[in-house]
Design a protein around this ligand. Structure first.
Ligand SMILES: [Zn+2]
Length: 450
């Protein structure tokens, strides 16, 4: 009861209303690194087309590729999906559409210039922390339309920040004879299915990475129709290649959204694998610790104002402020720095932003590791079904081992030991049916009712 009273008091004292506009400590435009090279050289494109022609002939001879029926209607679903464990709102930006102008000028399907000279596909780059996403297999390329795998190339290095080598790619022919190229995939991530095997719409093809002529992790999505003519799947008044959209639901050229909200232990760094991209992700903030709250956007523009909030565990607002981007960016980020009050309130805080009619949330824990039970949220064991109390941070839902004190839920089947000599004191210890709980000689476990 005392605890609740204290929380209530803290809430009253520490609710701070900040001014309407709070300038970020940093951030700005994120420029997906481009170079003068193309995603694929014309020489490589000619080689791939020859490989496709040869493979198609062999597949037809063996009965694995049906004659195309141009009457079939082919419409694409979205070619990417996130691993559900990532839990972001979105995970990409678009750096380039197909270049519709054959001379030196830039022209995308929408009469803008979001392309580079001679680009023949659409580039979806992963954002933020593309290399972190590659490393953890977070963004999957999936078949935009059902079809037959007619060519695969795997085994090439996938950590390129400049243009060299060959890409890993999957090529899928659809019922109407059109072909989709999915390029720059991660080494050894390609579907186990063989050339000649069917794939369903939405089926896994590989992981987004940066193989071949590529300056960072992205999917290059290139389409040819049954006559081997290049297609731009986006319909628009400057698309000179085809009249109809090839999407089930074509998204607008610009779709202002927040990809994710994150909390960081230090200012995050972007870079190549060699120059150390450092996400500095941190969802557990200790008392006295300075940290950053950051919002990562795609297609942010100055006509949209974002309203930011920091909410205390009770739900009441600790701080709220507005911010508007000074310019239009394909990708951008902004961060603010904080040190929360040393008296709490401790527990689960929310970083929240309302932008373009959507509200986004990111939870983080504010704890005092030296104060028993400062942390009111429950920590769930998510580690292997056998393990020990002091296993690893990654075994706990909040990413902190409850060595000193925490409210802990141990799910059924988990076998937890408190090691000899360690001490744990908890107000709530919830052990699900069939979980084993073991305290070794010399260790102390103290459980109190709330
Ligand atoms: Zn490209």
């Amino acid at each position: 009861m005392k605890r609740y009273l204290f929380a209530l008091l803290s809430m009253c004292i520490y609710q701070i209303a900040l001014g309407q506009i709070l300038q970020p400590a940093g951030g700005g435009q994120y420029i997906f690194p481009e170079n003068d090279e193309k995603c694929l050289s014309e020489e490589d494109r000619i080689i791939i087309k020859a490989q496709i022609a040869e493979s198609r002939q062999a597949l037809k001879r063996s009965g694995k590729l049906q004659e195309a029926n141009e009457e079939q209607i082919v419409l694409f679903d979205w070619p990417l999906q996130q691993n559900p464990s990532l839990g972001w709102n979105d995970y990409y930006g678009i750096s380039n559409y197909v270049d519709q102008n054959n001379s030196g000028a830039l022209l995308d399907y929408n009469c803008g210039t979001r392309t580079y000279n001679g680009h023949k596909g659409t580039d979806y780059f992963t954002w933020p922390f593309g290399w972190y996403l590659v490393e953890n297999d977070m963004i999957e390329v999936v078949a935009a339309e059902a079809g037959t795998i007619i060519l695969k190339n795997d085994g090439e290095d996938d950590d390129h920040c400049s243009c060299f080598g060959t890409w890993n790619a999957v090529y899928v022919e659809h019922a109407d004879g059109s072909i989709a190229w999915y390029g720059h995939l991660k080494k050894n991530s390609l579907t186990n299915k063989a050339v000649g095997d069917p794939v369903a719409v939405g089926e896994y093809l590989g992981i987004v990475a940066s193989s071949g002529c590529s300056t960072g992790p992205h999917l290059h999505f290139e389409i040819y129709d049954a006559n081997n003519d290049l297609i731009d799947p986006y319909t628009g008044s400057c698309n000179n290649l085809n009249n109809q959209t090839w999407w089930q639901n074509q998204l607008p050229e610009s779709t202002p959204r927040i990809n994710t909200l994150l909390t960081h232990s230090a200012i995050p760094q972007f870079g190549c694998p060699g120059t150390n991209e450092s996400p500095n992700l941190d969802n557990t903030i200790e008392v006295g610790q300075a940290f950053q709250t950051a919002a990562y956007y795609h297609d942010q523009n100055p006509s949209l104002t974002a309203t930011y909030r920091l909410r205390q565990p009770s739900g009441s607002i600790y701080a709220t402020w507005n911010h508007t981007s000074p310019a239009t960016y394909y990708a951008s980020w902004w961060y603010w720095e904080w040190t929360l009050p040393s008296q709490g309130p401790f527990g689960t805080w929310q970083f929240e932003v309302t932008f373009n009619s959507e509200t986004y949330e990111h939870a983080f824990e504010f704890i005092d590791p030296n104060s028993p039970c400062s942390n009111t949220a429950q920590n769930t064991w998510i580690g292997p079904s056998t393990g020990t109390w002091n296993g690893a941070d990654s075994n706990w839902s909040k990413g902190v081992i409850p060595e000193i004190c925490d409210d802990v839920v141990i799910p059924a089947g988990a076998d937890i030991k408190i090691l000899s000599g360690n001490f744990a004191e908890c107000y709530t210890l919830q052990v699900d049916v069939n979980a084993t709980f073991e305290v070794e000689d010399g260790a102390i476990l103290e459980v109190q009712n709330p």
